[in-house]
Design a protein around this ligand. Structure first.
Ligand SMILES: Nc1ncnc2c1ncn2[C@@H]1O[C@H](COP(=O)(O)OP(=O)(O)OP(=O)(O)O)[C@@H](O)[C@H]1O
Ligand SMILES: [Mg+2]
Length: 447
């Protein structure tokens, strides 16, 4: 295998024996040559081939049961393929399903030594890295408790801490990151990015389209054991979403179309998937605000806050510089006067970044009748830099002289601005910098 390749998967198939009744398994073992089979074969993978080059970060996506974990296990050597072969070039650290790799009776500390030894480290090397591992795992005195007493979050913290601190050539991660809390997930992402920048090869399974688009240079779509598409993360994720949200009666047709496009070599240019919006923004159903706070409503209800493109397609992964509309409706149960509506974008740390109101104080809608509904739209240009953001929505009315909130939602929706490697702007807001750097001290000097 070329030294440029980290992983080569060639025509890999995996069939599991499936027994309809438990005692059939026993019969099969007792009478293997009885002239009949007590099992049927279930093909979890069929003829899978793909290469992962050194330094690449590759994401595997697919619906539940599509064969992702089976494929990772075969790559890591914990499962043998029924046909085909896998070649791996370099030290592999794997984070497979919970439970793999640790002895439940051993303490966290003992498991760190056990696990790191399996991954090829000498005792002295583990001694040198132990503090960094414990620091990353951050599980306090649980380090000296048997891991069978751990919560699944603690377990993943420790497993991840070991896997990344053995500086693997190849890191294989199966969904494990979905278990930890938000802060730990962010820490893992940062660490994966660092490993990636240091040239490690990373292969990971994720249900988060956002993460695949952000972290990977390439992605693979598995469906019912078949490799249905591979290519740029956005190309693959958009096909995955098509499958995931296909109405039942069209699922087969959509599946066939994806496969045919792929066979015919239809290549979608990066950032311009046929199914997405013209500017490349799209909707990631996994991007849901988990911190929505709703104030008690006083006669009005904010409904359906969302972002759409100017032509009305809902999106929550936006392109920097693109034009969008933040929309919501307000239903009035009682009449209101002096009505104004507002919006505000905040960062994950709660920093109030940008917002607007529909009218200046005193200039709101004079009277809104009970039973009526307002359609509120704030068109905006996305001048935020890549990252996650949250949007508030609020509707104000006059109560005598004073203005108060009739309804208000904090972190009503979450959205993301996608990375753009060509950007020169840094920070949170794009102020449209136009740099000019010259060797000549007098050129371009301020008058
Ligand atoms: N040991 C086994 N015996 C029989 N069938 C199995 C076995 N392991 C996996 N399968 C089947 O193979 C298929 C693929 O399973 P796999 O766990 O690889 O899917 P997955 O894509 O990782 O799914 P998920 O998104 O739910 O994690 C499933 O239908 C599963 O039931
Ligand atoms: Mg799985």
């Amino acid at each position: 295998m070329s030294s440029e390749l980290a992983i080569r998967v060639e025509d890999v198939s995996k069939a599991f024996a499936v027994y309809d009744k438990p005692h059939h398994r026993l019969l099969q073992q007792l009478f293997p040559n009885a002239g009949r089979n007590w099992h049927r074969e279930f093909h979890a993978l069929r003829d899978i081939s793909f290469d992962v080059h050194r330094g690449e970060t590759v994401g595997i996506v697919g619906r539940n049961g599509s064969g992702k974990s089976t494929l990772l296990q075969i790559i890591c050597g914990t499962l043998t393929p029924s046909a085909g072969r896998v070649q791996v070039n370099g030290r592999v650290a794997a984070l497979l399903e919970l439970g793999a790799g640790f002895n439940p009776e051993f303490t966290g500390r003992e498991n760190v030594y056990l696990n790191a030894t399996v991954l090829g480290l000498q005792r002295s090397e583990i001694d040198a890295r132990f503090d960094a591992i414990a620091d990353f795992a951050d599980i306090g005195e649980f380090m000296d408790q048997p891991v069978k007493s751990y919560s699944s979050g603690m377990y993943v913290r420790l497993a991840f801490a070991v896997a990344i601190n053995v500086t693997p050539d190849i890191l294989v991660v199966d969904e494990a990151l979905a278990v930890g809390d938000e802060a730990f997930q962010r820490k893992c992402h940062a660490r994966i990015e660092r490993l990636r920048n240091d040239g490690a090869t990373i292969l990971f399974v994720s249900h988060s389209a956002g993460m695949v688009v952000e972290l990977c240079n390439r992605a693979v779509l598995l469906d019912r054991g078949e490799l249905l598409a591979q290519g740029t993360p956005r190309h693959v994720v958009s096909r995955y979403h098509k499958l995931l949200y296909a109405p039942a009666h069209r699922a087969e047709e959509i599946r066939a179309r994806i496969r045919d496009d792929e066979d015919a070599g239809v290549v979608t240019p990066v950032g311009r998937d046929g199914d997405d919006t013209a500017d490349g923004s799209y909707f990631d159903p996994g991007l849901v605000s988990q911190s929505t706070l709703r104030y008690p409503s006083i006669g009005a209800q904010i409904e359906d806050p969302h972002i759409e493109t100017p032509d009305g397609t809902r999106v929550n992964v936006l392109r920097g510089g693109g034009s969008y509309v933040y929309c919501y409706r307000v239903r009035f149960d009682t009449a209101a006067v002096g009505v104004r509506c507002g919006m505000l974008f905040r960062t994950t740390t709660g920093l109030e970044l940008a917002g607007g109101v529909s009218a200046t104080p005193g200039e709101g809608i004079d009277v809104v009748e009970a039973g009526s509904e307002l359609a509120v739209r704030f068109a905006f240009r996305c001048q935020l830099l890549p990252g996650a953001y949250f949007a508030n929505a609020g509707v104000l009315g006059l109560d005598g002289e004073a203005e108060s909130y009739l309804d208000r939602r904090i972190d009503a929706i979450m959205f993301r601005v996608m990375p753009d490697p060509d950007r020169l702007a840094t920070g949170l807001v794009d102020i449209d910098v136009r740099p000019s750097v010259s060797m000549d001290a007098s050129a371009g000097a301020c008058p």
